[in-house]
Design a binder for this molecule. Sequence first.
Ligand SMILES: C[S@@+](CC[C@H](N)C(=O)[O-])C[C@H]1O[C@@H](n2cnc3c(N)ncnc32)[C@H](O)[C@@H]1O
Length: 310
Amino acid sequence: MNCVEINDTSSYHIHDLNTLGWELTLCNSLEPENSPIRALLEKNTSFGNLLFDFLSRHLPLEEAKSVLEVGGGYGYIMRDFLGRLRGVRASMIDISPFLLSKQRETLNSHNVTFCEHDFLAASPDFLKGHDVAILNENIGDFPTACGLTRDVLNENCRDSQAAEIRGYFNKYGLAVPSGESFNFNLGAVRAVELLCSSGVPYIYLSEHSCEAAAPEKWRYALGIEPTDNPERIALKGHDEYTIRFSHLEAVAAHYGYRTARGNYTDMLPVRFDERIHFILTSKTEKDEHEIIRLFIGDLFKYEYLLLIRD
Ligand SMILES: C[S@@+](CC[C@H](N)C(=O)[O-])C[C@H]1O[C@@H](n2cnc3c(N)ncnc32)[C@H](O)[C@@H]1O
């Protein structure tokens, strides 16, 4: 984590990403064909295939001419998409040379354009050429402004970062957090603004949410309650922050997008049988049960957001 103090008197800082440690995303967890968590799902297949099935129900994917994936990790999602879409132009943009090299390996049998670039500095002209943008589990890696106080929203606060943050709250009518001190998904908001102002018609985003809740019947065991304040998740080599999705929805609405939002159980349907119900309502200490609780907890904790410009 790189915490840049904005000025000496400020009590907030920007969390930024300068090292990309390895991260076991849900996509990577579901990649091995013998992954035990695949057995919990209604359909035993890769994450990319499940995502494609889900998106096809909401978006005219088959008509897409050009798909952009931002922060594609090992390239598994694009591999699955290109296995099911014919004649589509595909582009990958990623800040990490290491992960781009992995993407090149995974996608070597396809015609794909690779771009090593910080997405937040991408040009609107580059984005305009794409029909579909996929951002899976990466917006939490984008910079987060941490430890903000309400002073930041006060016109008298002259700091330039404060002015940018205040500008977002004012322009998009973002709900002001209730606590004394709060964090703000600055990078995720910038990313959605960039995509929507460029007019990309179909956008999919997903990440750990700070507004997610587990269903009432399992909430006690899973302990997933909304906090409405982006929370730090410490990972190997870097941290990420959970996302306040309602802020992203507000930005998209400003640009005339309609939205569809939910948690990962819509995308990765689980066979909620009696055994799973027992595991979710009890505090059994078996490792296998703990793994299942963590996985299903993640499905409730992750949210997706579809932005659609009709
Ligand atoms: C947690 S991984 C997710 C990988 C993949 N989407 C998945 O679901 O498995 C985050 C990805 O976003 C990329 N990334 C992080 N910050 C970025 C930025 N500012 N611009 C472009 N890519 C970025 C990382 O290099 C990595 O490929």
